[in-house]
Every structure is written in C-alpha cells, then in structure tokens.
Design a protein around this ligand. Sequence first.
Ligand code: NIG
Ligand code: FE
Length: 418
Amino acid sequence: MPKIFHGNGPWATLDTGIAGPRDASALLDAGFRDGWAILVEDGIIVESDTPDVLRARHPDSETTDLGDSLVTPGLVDPHTHPVFTGTREDEFEMRNQGHDYVAIAKAGGGIRNSARRLRASSEDELVADLRARCDGFLALGTTTIEAKSGYGLSTESELASLRAIRRVDADHPLDLVPTFLGAHEIPDEYREDREGYIALLIDEMLPRVAEENLAEACDVFCEEHVFTVDESRRILGRARALGMKVKLHADEIRPLGGAELAAELGALSADHLVAVSDEGLDRMRESGVVPILLPATSLYLNLASDAPGKKMLDRGLAPALATDFNPGSSPTRSLPLVMTFACLKYGMTAAQALGAATWNAACAIGREGKVGTLADGALADLVVWDLPNLRSLPYRFGESFVSRVLKRGEWCFERAGA
Ligand code: NIG
Ligand code: FE
C-alpha cells in the first residue's frame, strides 16, 4: 500500500529544480515548504504536495504524521573510511603531546598501524565491525555513505574490505557506495620498493576490483609522504580505463597539485584541500569537480590552517561536506557536527551547510537526484529532527537532535522517548 508522510513543520526539501552541484547562491535555497507531504511507493518518493491535497488525492494510503518538527532529506556522507580494525587513541594522545601526524605515519604508525590490524581480521569479522558502525550513522541522521577500502593494502585484504562493504550494503538499511583506496599508503613490505606496490595496484588489484565490480570509484591519497601527482595519475588513469570514476585525497597537507590533477582527470571530487592553490580552485570550478570539505579532520589533526571553504564559495565552487570517518584523523560519524564546523570555519549559512551535506554530497558520489533531496524520484530517506527550524541544526552541537530516520520508506531509527 502507498504511504503518505506529512507534517506541518518546516520541510527543507532541497527540491529547487537546480541541476548539478550547487554554488553559494544556489545553496541558499533549501527548497523550504511550510508543511509538506510525500507519497512513497516501493521506497521511492512518487509524488509530493501539501498534506491536504496529497491526502485527498490518495485517500487509501497509510498516513504518518510527522508533526511540527524540522524535516530534511537523509544526510549523505560522501567521504568515509569505515572498514578498519581497532582504534588509535594512542596516536591521538601522542599528537596532543606535540608529535606530528606525518612523523607518526613515517615511523610506521597511522594508516600502516591500522593495516597491520586489519590484515589479522577475517572478512566475517570486517563485516561484523562494519555493520555495527553503520547503526551509528543512521542514529546521527545519515542514510547514505561513500565507503572506502584502504586499510588492507594487499590484494587479499583490499578485496575483503570491499566485499565487506558490499555485504553490509546488501542487508543493512544504510546505503554504502564503495570506493577502492588501495593507494592509501605504501605498506610495510613495499617500503623499499614503492614501484612494486604501484605495479601491484595497477596490474593486480584494480583489475580484480573491476572484474568483481566491487567499487564505483577509485581514490588515491596524493600527498608528499604517500603518492606523488605522477603516481596518482598513473593509478587513476588505469582505474578510469577499467570504467571506474575517480576521486582524490588532494592537497591535504602540502600544495602538491592534487586539485589540478582532479580537474585534469574530470574527477567526481577532490577532498581535504587544506593547502589547495588558487589555480587549483579555478581549475576545479571549470571542470565541475566537487570539492569535499572535511573540517572535523583539520580540527582533529590540529592543522595550522583549514581548507579555504569561504574562498571556494566566493569563487563559485560547489562544495560538499563529509565526516572523513576513520580511526586516525577523524573518528566521528556526525555530519551535524561537521555542519556546525562548516558554519564556523567557512561562514556557511544553515541552508548552505545542509545543501553541502545532502544535494552536493550526492553529486560527489554520482547519486544526484537519487538521495539528498525529497524530490519525486528520490529514495524516501528523511530525518525528523527534534528541532523547530533549520537554523537550530548547526547552532546546537555536541548532542544529537535526530528524532526519527526513514530509509527507503521504512523507519530505521527512533530515539528512545521520541
Ligand atoms: O582522509 N588522508 C588520508 N586518509 C585518512 C586518514 C587515515 C588515517 O589516519 O588512518 C584521511 O584523513
Ligand atoms: Fe579520507
């Protein structure tokens, strides 16, 4: 039976009719309706209108009243690393005592620390850990995530990580969009033979990933202590030839030219961008690359500066927001927290931050119009917030105000007592 979900509160539908990633002025319009209703069939929004009109048109539908609360699309997190084993609170403490993130990585910590642990896990263990972590995303209002591999760094462990993502996506309400990130670090056994690891990525891992259709995109950590621009170009070029979309961890710590490479390759997104050049920003805008801002990471790494989010908005780019959820540089799943940081650090309004964590985030993972909007044809994913208006969403922080979460037309989270 078709279902109607209706409410009398403010609905930020993001349904504004503007196609493609949205710039600062387009983001100001969150598609507000003062009271709204959607008709859902098979998990998809098939019609929307005012509550009275929609109910009169479909009198036989099952109806649910969402009351006077704020309603938004389910949030979309376009950059996460959720497949890992163990945590790294020891490194958090070391950094706070003055040790440097890159120095810890070079000394064998960081991503290689996580890789040693993940390699000791079976695929079933990875699935169990990942499944448990997915519940936390839903509880914070996120209904779709991009999920990277990248803590295996061997053919076997990278494939196991991607298979774990596929298995959890199949039976957990959260949607996971898989990205292959074998080029996240040079593993211990290839420290003296980086060319050997790049050959493994290009000649063995990528073809296997493509053959099993395990990833929609390929990502590379392009940074001074990891993969150079030329190495990234080779790896991503192979991925593209195998039919994958490409993404980049670009210019996070040093201005290497990762943003320029993302533009050259027509990447879906370039992420981090703390040290991006003005030239890189202009090239990204011209090529339609979505910049993904990760303000929780720059804060958590205590970096001296942050990505020029305000400058991106002023120059006509269309940024998205993400948590970068991972065990090293950003152990948070909270997009509402990231939205608060984006308002504080980049001068975003609440509507701009929401649009960056829904509509633009969907564009950054190839899901435009399918998620991150309450337009007809999108998945029936929405969040009912225990908040009276959209401005309250980034204004409140450090607590969750998610009341209920609908995924594909089914309730998948309800706060106790809500
Ligand atoms: O996006 N920058 C590269 N990768 C992760 C960090 C990984 C880690 O420290 O475990 C990131 O921040
Ligand atoms: Fe990352």
